[in-house]
Design a protein around this ligand. Structure first.
Ligand SMILES: *[C@@H]1O[C@H](CO)[C@@H](O)[C@H](O)[C@H]1NC(C)=O
Ligand SMILES: *[C@@H]1O[C@H](CO)[C@@H](O)[C@H](O)[C@H]1NC(C)=O
Ligand SMILES: *[C@@H]1O[C@H](CO)[C@@H](O)[C@H](O)[C@H]1NC(C)=O
Ligand SMILES: *[C@@H]1O[C@H](CO)[C@@H](O)[C@H](O)[C@H]1NC(C)=O
Ligand SMILES: [Cu+2]
Length: 677
């Protein structure tokens, strides 16, 4: 269908006519200005670009996504009449071009050649080609035979080169390292340590090859994780269970619009960010209306620096969104395993290296979580002659995406609670990045090996994960302020006879005037609560309407030196919290072009301008940080470890909004049947 359409498009002189025909083709879902590009829109963007004389069939597509309308247009609903646009980044003749394409008028609206540092997201196809190069490269074959390894067991993988202060090489490079699979699926546990290959991605040739040192490849035994390879199931036994919804699902999905309980929002896919949640608002029973909470939120960047300075490791300072595409590595989710059996699913579309649309089925799942938790409760025995117990169940809505960027799996959950709270959770699982070593026991080690010996010949290297969220909150309207509530200890003097107490604490509120007032390193600051408030809206009794940020367990910041090159590229990772004025082009915390970037287009640079942020449309940035010291239980595959943060209404509602919700009555629930509710 797409193919034949593409051909007819190129034959039609005025193909906007065809686009018009396409848009009136029967469609059950209503469209929205923030909908991601459809398969046919991606195909149209490609066609418009390739019909320009500037580009040829060897042009490669590195990003194709929605060029979103201005916020004012989206909010005033006038954008439904404005043209759909695509933002596209291509490479042609060794140059990076960025284009805005009007899909409705089928024209190129803007076209710039990027002349600064950094390259766009790597395509799957070029990485696929790069990892094949060693397999027919004689020096590599020699290195294998020297080690007694078999070429048929070799699996290679791509590693971005980073930037380490050299003059900009006019080359787009990638490093390739190889592993031994063979009888195990877990080749990551079996590196061919000491061999390093550098590939020129434009020429698609090996540029340099080095076999520096020979280290034993860890054995395959014990590394596999496939159910048919792990041996007898002697692990802990649990009984199967699942959620039953006798009255059906409470989730309504129309196109990309999701409604559930008191929430509604828009959910779309982007090849770089993965899930993008927009226009989340919550129904207020007292005001009898939906009130806006956030305009747009997504994962802006994931910075993952490793802590080993040797030749085969120093460059491992990954930016998983900007270099690899967090959405590009998101794979279809399976009902019943990745998500509960009762989950709903949504698909995504991206452009391959040739610009052609690729569908990712079930890229998101959306489900109601019934975990047996309590939303609120109280037992009252203080009233003579009676006991009062009231309990309300906690039921929430989860949006999930899983991105497997090579060895690591990131399970990303956005959980909407009926209280108005939103929980942002990131969970790490998958396989550690390990270094081959001669050591088989810790008693042989007498110097810093930059990691934990997790198995014989297997050193799991220390590293960090910094996951940065872009959160454009619009609390009850676009004009918001960032407020810190600080605790101030107060001492009563000995001569004060009004109280026997000698101290207490009280709260002092500070509103950030500029971006620099809003850079917060949690833990080192006296700020107790951090809020985004709407200074123009008050509750009936006069408190300022707001939401507060509650940091979670993974709240680490980078402790690398400021002049270390990866730290320059991720300058923002030294603080968890930043607030910037809304700017449609400031989306990516490490810059638009991250591969080989030099850190000159990062959140830290934008914030350095110290623009005013008081009573303005502002964006909150939060980084969840894990300092990952590996342990033996992370071998051969890591059980999940989670962190994140919460955004919670704070003087947003007049009172606990769950007081007048219905309880579950225990006697009505029997054998998976709710007889009445
Ligand atoms: C692009 O760069 C590569 C080297 O990185 C070179 O081999 C190739 O000829 C260049 N192509 C063009 C069109 O300049
Ligand atoms: C918006 O962001 C871009 C990119 O950082 C910058 O060039 C531009 O000056 C910003 N606009 C404003 C009004 O800050
Ligand atoms: C941008 O940030 C980098 C890293 O902190 C710094 O080296 C550079 O000087 C900054 N540039 C500007 C214009 O702020
Ligand atoms: C399950 O419970 C319902 C309600 O109590 C009852 O009508 C039904 O017969 C029960 N079914 C089974 C299989 O026990
Ligand atoms: Cu880790």
């Amino acid at each position: 269908m797409t193919m034949s359409m593409t051909i007819s498009l190129s034959l039609l002189p005025n193909f906007s006519l065809l686009v018009l025909l396409l848009s009136i083709s029967p469609s059950t879902a209503s469209s929205h200005p923030l909908d991601p590009l459809t398969s046919s829109e991606i195909a149209s963007a490609r066609q418009i670009i390739l019909s320009s004389p500037l580009f040829t069939s060897s042009t490669t597509f590195h990003y194709v996504g929605l060029d979103e309308p201005d916020k004012a247009e989206v909010l005033s609903h006038i954008s439904s009449s404005t043209n759909r646009r695509a933002f596209v980044i291509v490479r042609s003749n060794n140059q990076t071009h960025q284009l805005s394409i009007d899909l409705t008028a089928s024209s190129i609206v803007s076209h710039d050649i990027h002349t600064g540092s950094g390259y766009p997201i790597l395509t799957l196809e070029e990485q696929g080609a790069a990892i094949m190069l060693p397999l027919s490269y004689p020096p590599f074959l020699e290195s294998l035979s020297k080690r007694g390894l078999d070429i048929k067991d070799v699996v290679c993988s791509t590693f971005t080169v980073g930037w380490f202060g050299e003059w900009q090489l006019s080359k787009r490079l990638i490093k390739v390292l190889c592993f031994i699979g063979g009888e195990t699926a877990n080749f990551y546990m079996r590196p061919v340590e000491g061999v390093l290959i550098i590939v020129d991605l434009e020429a698609m040739q090996i540029l340099s090859y080095r076999d520096r040192v020979q280290i034993p490849v860890p054995k395959a035994k014990g590394t596999d994780y496939r159910s048919d390879k792990v041996g007898p199931f002697v692990g802990p036994k649990t009984k199967p269970g699942f959620v039953v919804q006798p009255q059906g699902s409470g989730i309504q999905i129309d196109g990309h619009n999701v409604r559930w309980a008191n929430w509604k929002f828009h959910l779309g896919y982007d090849v770089r960010a993965g899930a993008v949640i927009s226009l989340a608002s919550i129904y207020d029973v007292e005001k009898e209306t939906y009130r806006s909470v956030l305009y747009r939120t997504f994962v802006s960047e994931l910075f993952v620096p490793y802590m080993d300075p040797v030749e085969e490791w120093y460059f491992r300072t990954f930016f998983d969104a900007g270099e690899y595409g967090f959405g590009l590595w998101a794979f279809p989710l399976q009902p019943g395993t990745d998500c509960p059996a009762h989950a709903e699913f949504m698909d995504g579309y991206y452009a391959d290296q040739n610009g052609k649309p690729v569908k990712v089925s079930n890229v998101f799942c959306i489900f109601e979580r019934y975990a047996g938790d309590i939303a609120w409760r109280h037992t009252e025995i203080g009233i003579p002659g009676k006991t009062v117990t009231e309990v309300r169940p906690e039921v929430s809505l989860v949006v999930r995406m899983v991105s497997t960027v090579g060895n690591y799996d990131y399970v990303m959950d956005w959980e909407f609670k009926t209280t108005g709270s939103i929980q942002f959770r990131v969970s790490l699982t998958g396989i550690l990045e390990v270094k081959g070593t001669a050591y088989t026991h810790t008693n042989q080690i007498n110097s810093d090996q930059h990691g934990t010996l997790i198995a014989e010949n297997t050193m799991a290297v220390y590293h960090d994960h910094f996951i940065t969220y872009h959160i454009d909150l619009d609390i009850d309207g676009t004009d918001n302020s960032f407020q810190k509530l600080k605790l101030k200890p107060v001492k009563l003097s000995d001569s004060d006879t009004s109280s026997p107490r000698r101290s207490y604490w009280t709260v002092v509120s500070e509103t950030a005037e500029t971006e620099s007032d809003a850079q917060v390193k949690i833990g080192s600051d006296t700020a107790a609560d951090l809020l985004i408030v709407n200074p123009n809206k008050k509750t009936k009794i006069g408190n300022t309407v707001g939401y507060r940020l509650i940091p979670g367990s993974a709240a680490g910041v980078s402790i690398l030196a400021d002049d270390d090159f990866p730290q320059i590229r991720a300058g923002y990772s030294k603080k968890q919290v930043w607030v910037t004025p809304y700017n449609k082009s400031e989306k990516w915390a490490a810059g638009l072009y991250v591969d080989q970037s030099r850190g000159d287009d990062s959140l830290a640079n934008w914030s350095h301008r110290s623009r005013g942020i008081k009573n303005k449309d502002i964006v909150l940035w939060y980084t969840a940080g894990f300092h990952h010291i590996p342990y033996q239980e992370d071998f051969p595959l890591m059980p999940m470890i989670s962190g994140g943060f919460e955004l919670r209404p704070s003087n947003f509602f007049e009172r606990n909004s769950l007081i007048n919700t219905k309880p579950y009555l225990r006697q009505l629930i029997s054998n998976c049947t709710i007889t009445s509710y």
